[in-house]
Design a protein around this ligand. Structure first.
Ligand SMILES: *Cc1c(COP(=O)(O)O)cnc(C)c1O
Length: 433
């Protein structure tokens, strides 16, 4: 197994090299040389395996010899040590709740796996490793939690000022120690652009060991297959594979689901559930991919105008538009519809959705209306209290904060306010050394 750059202008690398580098030198995303078949017994009898064993079998071939079996098993145990329940919502729909991890968002799975892999690799490294991450909301908290106090690693998180929720902001600005939060006066796309500039800065990367923790990193992207398999383990209708609706922003999550599927996991159809940022729904309509400027919505973790993982989806389908269209339907859901979906889910199904989950809920509902014989699940990507203001406005009551969140809300925020320019980021990084 090796990894190649999707820009095809860089040498092939091992898993270890791909994890440490994040992005290839030609700025392409890494992609595995083989898509591995999931062992038949896992598909046929998933209930005979522990969650960690399933995860281990899925990821083992992608890691190659870079991490020994016993260490890798420990890593996947720590990655799967919180529940991912598949909860019935109504007769046709389930919710895969991925918010039971330490920061109450699905990104915990990828962030935990990656931080532990990088922590293992950093031990062989004489220099400190600096992890750079742009976040539209949830990445920051998950990365901060995953890397907090990991020896040999500093973390610098860039987030758009005023565009993340109060809980999210606390989750990325209250750790201290090796975690630094830059509050950027701009959009998420600005943050992502600044990070990309840093990686392209030859002088900077000569002086410091930089890596990325965004969903482009293979160690964040690939382990996201785990919970799709764990959902399959719980899926009650093994002879009728599910339709899966994934609230999508950078398209890392749905891309992992597609990997699990092309590796052998049965799925009837995928729904890319987008908010007003409709680059992919437009693409599915026209066949032309045109990046846009991101617009702010209630589901802010999906406010992305140029989804970086989409190119991996094209690679999975070998750039065959028709094949892609057969497997994926994309919907764009407005803020007004999102609020209505939260209300409908609560009133009709007694299910409390966060705004991202609500986009998934409505997209799945739309698809199932046209395909009434099918059943499926949507992914609930964040706990509703992470977006408590929106939930309160939509439903006219305030859900209670779980204990750990109530604690973090009491902590003091520490951020460095930064203008949205690469020079400002560069100056900060140079000052850290
Ligand atoms: C990051 C995030 C998304 C989008 O996931 P992608 O993998 O970027 O498509 C959706 N919902 C929540 C709550 C998120 O944090």
């Amino acid at each position: 197994m090796h990894y190649y750059s999707l820009n095809h202008q860089s040498p092939n690398v091992s898993f270890r090299e791909a994890v440490i580098a994040g992005l290839a030198p030609d700025k392409g995303l890494y992609f595995p040389s083989e898509i591995c078949t999931i062992p038949q017994e896992i598909i046929k009898h998933p209930d005979q395996f522990s969650d960690a064993d399933i995860a281990f079998k899925v990821i083992r071939p992608y890691v190659g010899n870079d991490i020994p079996d016993d260490v890798l098993h420990r890593i996947v145990e720590e990655t799967t040590n919180f529940p991912v329940p598949l909860v019935p919502v109504n007769e046709q729909m389930w919710s895969l709740e991925l918010f039971h991890g330490p920061t109450l968002a699905f990104k915990d799975t990828g962030a935990r796996f990656m931080s532990r892999c990088l922590g293992y690799f950093a031990r062989e490294q004489s220099e400190k490793v600096t992890v750079l991450a742009a976040t539209s909301g949830d990445t920051g908290g998950a990365v901060a939690d995953g890397f907090y106090d990991v020896e040999g690693i500093n973390v610098v998180i860039l987030y758009p000022s005023g565009k993340v929720s109060a809980v999210q902001e606390k989750q990325l600005t209250t750790h201290g120690k090796n975690i630094y939060a830059l509050e950027v006066q701009g959009s998420f796309d600005d943050c992502q652009y600044m990070v990309k500039q840093a990686f392209a800065d030859a002088e900077l990367t000569r002086k410091m060991f930089l890596t990325s923790a965004n969903s482009i990193n293979v160690a964040r992207w690939l382990p996201q297959q785990f919970y799709y398999l764990l959902a399959w383990k719980q899926w009650p209708l093994k002879d009728q594979p599910p339709v899966i609706a994934v609230p999508s922003g950078n398209f890392g999550n749905i891309c992992a689901g597609l990997m699990a599927h092309v590796s052998g996991m049965p799925v009837a159809h995928f729904i890319a559930a987008c908010n007003a940022n409709d680059v992919v729904p437009e693409y599915m309509h026209t066949g032309q991919y045109a990046a846009k400027t991101a617009v702010s919505t209630l589901s802010n973790a999906m406010d992305i105008g140029n989804p970086s993982n989409f190119i991996r989806i094209l690679e999975i389908f070998q750039n065959k538009f028709e094949a892609l269209k057969e497997k994926i339907t994309a919907y764009s859901i407005s803020d007004a519809e999102t609020v209505q979906a939260m209300q409908n889910a609560y009133r009709n199904d007694h299910y409390l959705c966060d705004p991202h989950g609500a986009v998934g809920y409505l997209a799945l509902q739309r698809y199932l209306l046209e395909h009434p014989a099918q059943k499926g699940y949507f992914i609930e990507t964040a706990h509703p209290v992470k977006f408590i203001e929106t939930v309160e406005q939509a439903l006219e009551f305030r859900p209670e904060l779980p204990g750990p969140v109530a604690e973090i809300m009491k902590k003091e925020k520490h951020s460095v306010v930064t203008e949205a320019s690469y020079d400002a980021l560069r100056a900060f990084l140079m000052g850290m050394r």
